[in-house]
Design a protein around this ligand. Structure first.
Ligand code: NAD
Length: 269
């Protein structure tokens, strides 16, 4: 896609799932990739191996084009270190992908405060702090860049039993719009992708169980879950110059999940 070759992308939580797929796709587009991981270097290494392999199959020179960078996005010091390490290695960051995310399941009246705080700290505060530090870097360098927040259909659909997750993604909508508006005149673009049900480790409770998977897919208008590669394609588009005039938007990639499937038939008429 236009404008991605030679750019540097930092992807948080890139050792699995959607983050891994985005790192691989951006490497295939010719980006340098900084693969952030929290605790499993062997998984991050696997992301790197696949990314470099797939990039080289497309004839993309990949020497010195990737970096593994440990850091917990719920910790401010870690974020600053991750960003500085990426800039030291590549000279700049052009694309920030705020992907790291967690969820916990509790009835809302029973959520332990520390569990609530942890989800917000990773999904929302972590995304904000990564964005803040990256924007500072762009302003210092008098350069510009792109932020993609990995949100969710639960940016707009309520999610009983997952209140902290729903709040974090709802907050991400306004994080995306506020930053987009504040920095639009500096050519800093901020958008989000909002995946629907996607086959990744965060969903292993149903992806690994055919019966459960069929139940989940029966609720999706397109009757199937999405893939990480489909999410990565949209992230690459929004990061590219093909999307040069798009900012402040959330792109829902959900097989129609946000179309109010219950209204497929005219039950209310
Ligand atoms: P995943 O569990 O494979 O990926 C989450 C990644 O975040 C993991 O690599 C994990 O190690 C990392 N992470 C967690 N806490 C971290 C921390 N404190 N610091 C750094 N990294 C951390 O699941 P996924 O589905 O690929 O999720 C990626 C993003 O997509 C999340 O933000 C999630 O909310 C969002 N999402 C997923 C779905 C889905 O159906 N899979 C749907 C909507 C949104």
């Amino acid at each position: 896609m236009k404008g991605l070759a030679g750019k540097t992308a930092l992807i948080t939580g890139a050792s699995s799932g959607i983050g891994q797929a985005i790192a691989i796709r951006l490497a295939q587009e010719g980006c340098n990739i900084a693969i952030n991981y929290r605790s499993k270097p062997e998984e991050a290494k696997r992301t790197e191996e696949i990314a470099l392999q797939k990039a080289s199959e497309l004839g993309i020179e990949s020497r010195e084009s990737s970096l593994l960078v440990q850091g917990d996005v719920s910790k401010e010091d870690d974020i600053i270190r991750v960003i500085n390490t990426t800039i030291e290695k590549f000279g700049s960051i052009d694309i920030l992908i705020n992907n790291a995310g967690i969820q916990t399941e509790f009835a809302s009246h029973e959520v332990p405060t520390d569990k609530f705080d942890q989800v917000i700290a990773v999904n929302l505060r972590g995304a904000f702090l990564c964005a803040r530090e990256t924007i500072k870097h762009w302003l210092d360098q008098q350069s510009s860049g792109v932020i993609i927040n990995v949100s969710s259909v639960h940016e707009v659909i309520p999610r009983p039993m997952y209140v902290s997750y729903a709040i974090s993604k709802g907050g991400m909508a306004n994080l995306t719009k506020t930053l987009a508006l504040e920095y639009a005149d500096r050519n800093i673009r901020v958008n989000a992708i909002a995946p629907g049900a996607t086959i990744t480790p965060i969903n292993e409770s149903w992806t690994d169980d055919l019966e459960q998977k069929a139940i989940v897919e029966s609720h999706i208008p397109m009757r199937r879950a999405g893939t990480s590669d489909e999410m990565a394609a949209s992230a690459a588009f929004l990061a590219s110059d093909e999307a040069a005039y798009i900012t402040g938007q959330t792109l829902f990639i959900d097989g129609g999940l946000t179309l109010y499937a219950d209204f497929r038939e005219a039950w209310s008429a």
